[in-house]
Design a protein around this ligand. Structure first.
Ligand code: S3P
Length: 415
């Protein structure tokens, strides 16, 4: 659905908000058949829950539709490979174009029988035996690959050691420890070694899923570039492997405070208080990239309204997300009128400062939820309406995104 978005307000964005449930934690919980709290669920969570139900039904030779979710497909593939059942995993057009060899290769090394179509979905898994012990050096810094392999070992009841050089989100490790799994994490010489002995049983427990930081990031971004804004986003997951974006924003001069910090099932939760802040540019260190990978399109928008040149490199993984997000950033920024350069693994943007406004724009989301949401925020800095070609995809992670924008003072109409 194409939309027309504008923001005209005499006072900045105010109020307290909650965001949908954390996709990463909810999807992992769903695959393990654990009960979770109610809350707004993106379609990625819904499709993973549906697939998990199909598996729990005990039927063999399943066809599981993972929708738009790379996390759902990759983690589920590992879990199924370990279970030793026949299954096929399919997805929508975007997911059908995403690389799966990155999980198929190590799963085959573990003993699984997996077939892809030219490296992409559908993924066919045939009954097979998983090796009793497996050691894997994570070549691509990806929590999805790490979690796929941990879940394969878990459902097969085998032992696995994974070595990661760059830290990626650790929700699977924390969840398995919550379930009393024999899982140890050792850090030395800048590497992390994760060992799981899944010959020992785990205990099913309830899981509290907080709000998704990657969704909260859009509201944080909105407040930072809207004059006089002062908002609080409550009950957000603030796992340190997820909130590198806050560190980057603080370096950019953002006024952000985390309040009321608490913990549930090993995950930290807090309320995020954000005020309008004139931002300055930042040069990102490469090792923080996996931690802020989902927030980089948003950072590109904020960089346009920051003072100075922002530089991001080492982010070629952006090319294989729900869209080629570096191309999507390029198309998005063309509307804003800043000088920028997008290259193979990153971008440089010369910001025009907090007072900069552009007139209008025709944004294309490439069917990618995060690009559609970034585009909508640009209305805060446009003097006229902006247009976005298709925003249907926001339902995959943030079904009530536009309702929240309306509460904040945006006007959204079908175009
Ligand atoms: C996720 C890991 C990240 C992230 C995705 C969710 C997860 O992907 O981009 O949105 O829940 O494990 P990669 O593992 O491909 O980096």
């Amino acid at each position: 659905m194409p939309v027309k978005v504008s923001f005209k307000s005499n006072h900045g964005i105010q109020g307290s908000y909650e965001v949908p449930l954390d996709k990463s934690i909810a999807q992992r919980s769903a695959i393990l058949g654990l009960s979770t709290n109610p809350g707004v669920e993106g379609e990625d969570i819904v499709s993973t829950k549906k697939a998990a139900k199909q598996i729990l039904s005990g039927a063999d030779n399943l066809c599981l539709d993972m929708g738009n979710s790379g996390t759902g497909m990759r983690l589920m593939a590992g879990f199924i490979a370990g279970l030793g059942i026949d299954a096929e995993l399919v997805g929508d057009e975007s997911l059908s174009n995403r690389p799966m060899e990155r999980i198929a290769k190590p799963l085959r090394e573990m003993g699984a029988e997996i077939y892809l179509k030219e490296g992409k979905p559908p993924i066919k898994i045939a009954k097979s035996d998983i090796a009793d012990e497996f050691i894997y050096d994570l070549e691509i810094p990806s929590a999805q690959i790490k979690s796929c392999l941990l879940l394969a070992a878990l459902s097969a009841g085998t032992k696995i050691k994974i070595i990661e050089k760059e830290t990626t989100r650790n929700h699977t490790e924390l969840l398995l420890q919550h379930l009393d799994a024999d899982l140890a994490v050792k850090k030395s010489n800048g590497e992390t070694e994760i060992t799981l002995d899944a010959t020992k049983p785990i205990t099913a427990k309830d899981v509290f899923v907080p709000g998704d930081f990657s969704s909260a990031a859009f509201l944080i971004g909105a407040a930072l570039i809207s004059k006089d804004a002062d908002i609080c986003i409550e009950n957000v997951g603030i796992n340190p492997t997820r909130i590198g974006f806050l560190e980057v924003l603080k370096e950019m001069n953002a006024n952000i405070k985390i309040e009321n910090v608490r913990e549930a099932n090993n995950e930290q939760i807090g309320d995020i208080h954000v005020k309008y802040s004139p931002l300055k540019s930042v040069i990102l260190a490469k090792d923080i990239i996996p931690n802020i990978i989902d927030e980089l399109p948003l950072l590109s928008v904020l960089a346009c309204f920051a003072e100075g040149e922002t530089k991001v490199s080492g982010a070629k993984e952006l090319r294989v997300k729900e869209s080629d997000r570096l191309s999507a950033i390029e198309l998005m920024l063309k509307n804003i009128g800043v000088e920028f350069d997008v290259f193979e693994d990153g971008f440089n943007i010369i910001g025009k400062g907090a007072n900069y406004q552009f007139s209008s724009g025709n944004f294309v989301s490439l069917g990618d939820h995060r690009i559609a949401m970034c585009s909508a925020l640009c209305a805060l800095k446009a003097t006229e309406n902006i247009f976005i070609d298709n925003v249907q995809s926001v339902t995959t992670s943030f079904p009530n995104f536009f309702e929240i924008l309306e509460q904040m003072g945006f006007t959204i109409e079908e175009a």
